[in-house]
Write a protein that binds this ligand. Sequence first.
Ligand code: ADP
Length: 177
Amino acid sequence: MCAGRPYRGGVPPRLRAALGDITAEATDAVVNAANAGLARGAGVCGAIFAAAGPGLAEACSAIGGCPTGGAVVTPGFALPARFIVHAVGPVWSGGEQDEPELLASAYRRSLEVAAEAGAQSIAFPAISTGIYRYPLVEATEVAVRTCRHDAPPGIQLIRFVCFDDATLAAYERELSG
Ligand code: ADP
């Protein structure tokens, strides 16, 4: 498959996993596991909307929406991060509805729009593995493979912010593989 595919830029980004709350991350960009309507949701999305403040809902409604597999950027408002990348991962429906491609696309587009905005560092939550029910190990494999191989040249640091021990263990296994 693509395990041996080389990184497409010059110096590959550093990939790191840690336990944490993404609203506290001081990377240039943090990623929200958004819904297609860019509405305030639960999970990491609710935490980001609460911490960013009311400007975020206004910015999201001005954009209007984002298709599954896509990503859009807003300012970070009250967050330490300068930008919020709103990435729409797929809802898991058994794996036959292009979920792996859509999840990879959400990571790839996030990296691209963050780099276009000028970000050099970015923090991701485990997109789709909560309310959207994507199996953790499979989602982690997609996240690490896509970030390892498809990050644009401007991205130097990618942090995977894990909200629980099981997620951190999955990322540590994948990153060491
Ligand atoms: P989705 O709808 O894409 O599945 P969720 O927000 O339900 O998104 O969950 C995605 C992941 O984000 C889960 O692993 C969840 O535990 C995690 N998560 C929830 N809150 C936070 C937070 N504040 N920081 C980082 N990760 C979080």
